[in-house]
Design a protein. Sequence first.
Length: 276
Amino acid sequence: MRRSRFWLLFAVAAAATTPDEAESCDAAEKLAAWAHPSLQLPGVARAETSDHPLLLGASPGTTGTMSVYFALKRLGVSAVHYTRQFNATSGVETTTYADTPPGGPVPLLKPLFGDTHPAPPVDLQAARAADLRFLAATDALLDTPSMELFFDLLATFPRARVLLTARAPGEWAASRRARHPTDRVPVLPQLGFDVPMGAIKAEQSAAAFAMWHKAVVGSVAPERLLVLDVFTTPPDELWRQLCAFVGKPLPREPGGELPPFPHLEYAADMRSDAPT
């Protein structure tokens, strides 16, 4: 019965996403057009809240989240991206790549994860029961576990601003399934299902990704949302959009020009020459 209910929910939701939508990601305009009241997921009540204006990345990985992390680092914003944490006050960055085994969440995030390696899953039950205000130790949270806990985090940080990194759903699904087949499919954890990327077809993963973007756009006030497409937007425009959203001046090279916007290929952040 549970399996049948899952596929019924998935089929109904997927029907709301046309093939054209599933293959396009024209950032703010198209995503805003996708918003519909019936796609808004229920709110989450939290007894413990924080006034901290957390910058919350709503998208899963493989959408340019690491590129945005290094851009925020360049702007002097404290940020966490699963295996990396940058403290803008001290200027210190830590990673888990030197751990044994390498990778896994940084210490700040470990209470939200299981104990398995090298890529422990988010412990949804424990995380949703936890007081998430400890994440106010950073100013920006990107990638895992922000998507899985998105609505819990919004409830905990009602002043949060949301950064939605966009990518063509078909491209995202192909890349994510190939590199992270055990990661959870978007949207489905919020519906009560724990489905790994490798368990469904690429087209279904793409539809779930597009639906997740609809749900986020339909759940966040426009003035608190930035949709950023690092794959198709010119670098200077990326800097302008991001700086305006986080309230930071544009970075400049010694000659006065804007620096290249960070564009990291998969696993490039593990190299010693990753952007600093």
